[in-house]
Design a protein around this ligand. Structure first.
Ligand SMILES: NC(=O)c1ccc[n+]([C@@H]2O[C@H](COP(=O)([O-])OP(=O)(O)OC[C@H]3O[C@@H](n4cnc5c(N)ncnc54)[C@H](O)[C@@H]3O)[C@@H](O)[C@H]2O)c1
Length: 441
C-alpha cells in the first residue's frame, strides 16, 4: 500500500521504516530540511539500535523515500500518517502543543484531490481526531471541493531503545476509526503484523486516543509508586531493591517499571501525564492518582542534588562528575531527562564544574541542555572523574555496571558516589573506599 508519513522523528521514522519493511511503499515527509538531507545521504538523525540497517535496506529496495515536499507527496499515500511532535505548549507547559498536528491536518485538507484517510499516530489528547476532522473539512470547503476523507487514530507504543523491535513485533495495535472504509484501510496496513500474534484492537477514535494516555500514565504511576516506597524505605531501614524484586514476582503486579530511582523523564511520560491532567480540567475532572504520580516525580528529580548537598555540606566550588545524560539507556534523547534537572540544580548550588559523559547523548545535550560553560563534555566516563568531588550515576548504560573502581579512586579528589539507579552493590563500592549514596536502600 502507498503510505505517507508526516514527521521523521523517533516515532515517524521508525514507523515509516518498519511499515516499508513489511512491504508498504512509504514516503516520509519532514519540514526539517536538514533531517531529510541527512536521510537522503544515508545518515540517521537519531540513535536507535537496528534502525540504520533497516532504513538502508528499504531505501535500496525503493520502498522508503524522504522528502520535504508535502504538497506534492501527500498525493502518494491513500493513508496519511501524522507522526509530528506534540511537545509541551510554550504558554502552558502542562498542555500538549497541537500546532504541528493542526498544520498537518491543514496541509491534508488543502491538498487532497481524492479520498484519503488521515491517521493520528502522534500522542494527542482525546478529542483531537474531531478537531482534525473540522480543520480538514474547512480547508476542503475553502477550495470549494467536497473531497471525501476519514480521520482515524493509531497511537504508537514503541519505546526508544527498542523501537524497531517494538514496532515489528508489537503486543497490540490499537486502531480507532468511525467508518468501515477507514477500518478496512487500517486493517490492510497492519495485516502483515498478525503473523507475530499481535492483538489488533479496533475501537472508536476517542477510546484509541485515551488508551495511549492511560498506558503512559499507568507506567508513570508505577514508577512514582515505587519511588514513594523507596523514600520511605530509607527512613524505615528497608531495602527497596529486595522489596521491588519480591513485589514484582506477584503476577498481579509485574516487575517492569518497579525500579526505584530519580524519577521518570523522556519525551513521553512527563508530557503525557501533565497533558492528561490538563485535558481532565477541560471536563472539570481532577485526576487524583495521576496528579499524585506527577507530584512525586517532580520531587524525585530533585532528590539526587538534595542528597549530595546533604553529604557535602555545600556544593559551592565543587566539581561533580555525571555518568549518563539520556533519559534512559540506548537512546540519545535527553528531552525532560533527569540529567537536565540535576545539572540546573547543581549550577544553582554554585558548583565549580560539572564534568559529563554519555555514550550517545552528548550532542543532544549540547543542543537541548544548559549552555553554561561550567558543563564540560568529556571523552569518556573516566575522564569526568579528574579532580572530582562526587560522581552521580544518572543513566544505567550497560558499560557503567562494572567500572574500574581502583582507577576511579585515583582520579577523584573526594570519594563520594551517588548511584541514582541503584546499579552497584554497596559492599563492593564501599570496599573500594567510596562513600555510597543510593535510592531507597
Ligand atoms: N519518541 C517516542 O518514543 C514516542 C513513542 C510513542 C509515541 N510518540 C509520539 O509521537 C509523536 C512524535 O514524537 P517524536 O518523539 O517522534 O517527536 P520528534 O520531535 O522526534 O519528531 C517530530 C518530527 O516532526 C517534524 N514536523 C513538525 N511539523 C511537521 C510538519 N508540518 N510536517 C512534517 N514534519 C513535521 C519535526 O521536524 C520532527 O522531525 C509525539 O506525539 C510523541 O508523543 C513518541
Amino acid at each position: 500500500m502507498k503510505l505517507t508519513i508526516f514527521g521523521t522523528g523517533y516515532a515517524g521514522l521508525v514507523s515509516g521504516t518498519c511499515l516499508a519493511q513489511v512491504g508498504h511503499d512509504v514516503l516520509c515527509i519532514d519540514i526539517d530540511a536538514s533531517k531529510i538531507d541527512q536521510l537522503n545521504n544515508g545518515e540517521i538523525p537519531i540513535y536507535e539500535p537496528g534502525l540504520a540497517e533497516l532504513v538502508e535496506r528499504n531505501v535500496k529496495a525503493g520502498r522508503l523515500r524522504f522528502s520535504t515536499n508535502a504538497v506534492e507527496w501527500i498525493k502518494h499515500g491513500i493513508a496519511i500518517f501524522n507522526a509530528v511532535g506534540t511537545p509541551p505548549d510554550r504558554e502552558n507547559a502542562n498542555k500538549a502543543d497541537l500546532k504541528y498536528v493542526q498544520a498537518v491536518a491543514e496541509t491534508f485538507g488543502q491538498n487532497i484531490t481524492e479520498y484519503k484517510v488521515f491517521i493520528n499516530k502522534s500522542t494527542v489528547p482525546v478529542g483531537t481526531g474531531k478537531m482534525c476532522e473540522e480543520i480538514i473539512k474547512r480547508a476542503i470547503y475553502a477550495r470549494e471541493k467536497d473531497t471525501e476523507f476519514d480521520v482515524a487514530s493509531n497511537p504508537e507504543f514503541l519505546r526508544e531503545g527498542t523501537a524497531v523491535q517494538d514496532f515489528l513485533s508489537p503486543d497490540r495495535i490499537v486502531l480507532g476509526s468511525s467508518t468501515a472504509r477507514a477500518k478496512k484501510i487500517l486493517d490492510e496496513i497492519y495485516r502483515p503484523f498478525e503473523r507475530t500474534h499481535t492483538q489488533i484492537l479496533h475501537t472508536d477514535i476517542p477510546s484509541a486516543e485515551l488508551i495511549k494516555y492511560a498506558a503512559n500514565c499507568f507506567l508513570a504511576t508505577k514508577i512514582s509508586f515505587i519511588n514513594d516506597i523507596a523514600n520511605f524505605s530509607e527512613l524505615a531501614g528497608a531495602n527497596i531493591t529486595d522489596i521491588a524484586a519480591w513485589l514484582g514476582m506477584d503476577p498481579r503486579i509485574g516487575r517492569n517499571f518497579l525500579s526505584a530511582g530519580l524519577g521518570y523523564g523522556g519525551s513521553c511520560l512527563p508530557k503525557d501525564v501533565k497533558a492528561l491532567i490538563e485535558t481532565g480540567k477541560e471536563y472539570w475532572y481532577e485526576f487524583q492518582v495521576i496528579g499524585s504520580a506527577d507530584k512525586v516525580n517532580e520531587a524525585q528529580k530533585k532528590i539526587a542534588v538534595q542528597k549530595l548537598t546533604h553529604k557535602l555540606g555545600s556544593l559551592s566550588g565543587k566539581t561533580i562528575s555525571i555518568w549518563g545524560l539520556a533519559f534512559k539507556p540506548e537512546t540519545d534523547d535527553v528531552r525532560e531527562a533527569v540529567s537536565m534537572t540535576v545539572i540546573d540544580d547543581l549550577l544553582e548550588g554554585w558548583v565549580e564544574q560539572i564534568r559529563v559523559f554519555d555514550p550517545v547523548a552528548m550532542e543532544s545535550m549540547k543542543f537541548f541542555g544548559n549552555r553554561s560553560d561550567k558543563v564540560i563534555y568529556c571523552e569518556s566516563n573516566y575522564e569526568t572523574l579528574e579532580d572530582s568531588d562526587a560522581l552521580m550515576l544518572l543513566t544505567e548504560w550497560d558499560e557503567f555496571f562494572a567500572p574500574d573502581w581502583k582507577s576511579m579512586k585515583k582520579s577523584m579528589r573526594w570519594n563520594l558516589i551517588l548511584d541514582g539507579r541503584n546499579i552497584w552493590h554497596k559492599n563492593i563500592v564501599e570496599d573500594y573506599g567510596f562513600e555510597y549514596i543510593m535510592i531507597g536502600r
